[in-house]
Design a protein. Structure first.
Length: 360
């Protein structure tokens, strides 16, 4: 066992003996996400570095404290990437935080999310035990896939120490097209195109404009771009837009930040892609072919959450007042299952108390 891992295990065992809550700390770039932060800081950044990388096998094993930018740079040298485009939000984002938050960028609807690329993981549980799950190939799980359960767990199940992930080659061709249309037409077109043999990798609608990104073989991208029409955006400009959207540095989120400062909330709505426009007061941005919708609004939380439920989804307070809870209330059965899973891995309720609200 390495010295940084031993120190972490010792800290968890000491906290367990004293029943003292711990707040798992990485880069801190997602501290705004979810519920309150409580407990003594447990820094995982010393657990850093790429443990193993097999480009020909499309598999990388990396420690949790590794900066996400460092991992992406190492993959880029081999022409590979994390296809789900994990958000950074700010400098210092780590691999462990990427997994714990379970968030994905513009390509989520086309390629899947974080959990879909997790092959294995090592964690320290609430008793200070080091546990490993999964492995380094896709077909390696019999029974419950614990490594994938870590995605989006917000550190509630244990301290993520190391993960193995599948990576993919960078697509050789890409193009971004712009179409002027209202939200209703954008949703209709996005759903129609999603059912066709097109190399779609991302979409975003805001303020009367739909942007569509194509990625894949150069011939397929060129053919699709010619077939769809629209205005071709230069790749350099388009790349900046998609990165800004991923990290929420673009114009919409600047508007949202100003509104939140004045008392509104920024909501993240995960709904059925085929749901029509959600009729709520405020400004909306639509991603993932309609499946992810951002809303900055002063609407009451109950009204926003009911609208999301009517669209077969749920709503999360992303920024702003979270007094009523950040996350959409879970159905009783699901909440009970999550509490049982938490108790199995963290019997003394040490890790990140408050981050997931009612599931704890």
């Amino acid at each position: 066992m390495s010295a940084p891992l031993q120190r972490l295990v010792d800290a968890v065992r000491d906290a367990a003996d004293r029943r003292r809550p711990l707040r798992i700390v990485g880069g801190g770039t997602k501290d705004f996400y979810g519920g309150e932060l409580r407990g003594e800081a447990l820094d995982v950044k010393p657990l850093a570095g790429i443990s193993a990388y097999e480009p020909t096998e499309l598999v990388v094993t990396v420690r949790a404290g590794t900066p996400l930018a460092e991992l992406e740079a190492a993959l880029a040298e081999k022409g590979q990437c994390l296809p789900f485009e994990p958000p950074h939000y700010a400098e210092g984002s780590t691999v462990g935080g990427m997994v714990a938050a379970g968030l994905s960028g513009p390509a989520r609807a086309a390629v899947g999310g974080v959990r879909d690329y997790l092959l294995g993981a090592t964690i320290v549980n609430g008793r200070g035990e080091t546990l490993s799950f999964g492995g380094q190939v896709m077909k390696n799980v019999a029974g419950y896939d614990v490594s994938r359960a870590l995605a989006g767990s917000m550190g509630q199940l244990g301290v993520i120490c190391e993960v193995s992930m599948k990576v993919l080659p960078v697509a050789p061709g890409r193009a971004t097209l712009r179409f002027d249309m209202d939200q209703a037409n954008a949703l209709r077109h996005a759903n129609e195109w999603a059912g066709q043999a097109l190399p779609l990798s991302a979409s975003a609608w805001w303020d009367g404009a739909l942007l569509l990104r194509l990625q894949g073989a150069q011939a397929a991208v060129a053919s699709a771009a010619q077939r769809l029409g629209g205005e071709r955006i230069p790749n350099e400009l388009a790349d900046g837009f998609w990165t800004g959207l991923r990290d929420q540095h673009d114009e919409y989120f600047d508007h949202a930040a100003a509104a939140v400062a004045s008392g509104s909330r920024l909501w993240r709505l995960s709904v059925a892609a085929t749901a029509p426009r959600i009729e709520l007061r405020g400004e909306q941005l639509v991603e993932w072919g309609g499946a992810q919708r951002w809303l900055v609004s002063d609407e009451p939380p109950a009204r926003v959450r009911q609208a999301a439920a009517d669209a077969l989804g749920h709503a999360t307070v992303w920024r702003g007042d979270k007094a009523g809870g950040a996350f959409h209330p879970l159905p009783p059965v699901q909440a009970r299952l999550q509490r049982a899973l938490k108790a199995a891995f963290d019997p003394f309720q040490l890790f990140n108390p408050g981050r997931l609200g009612e599931t704890e």
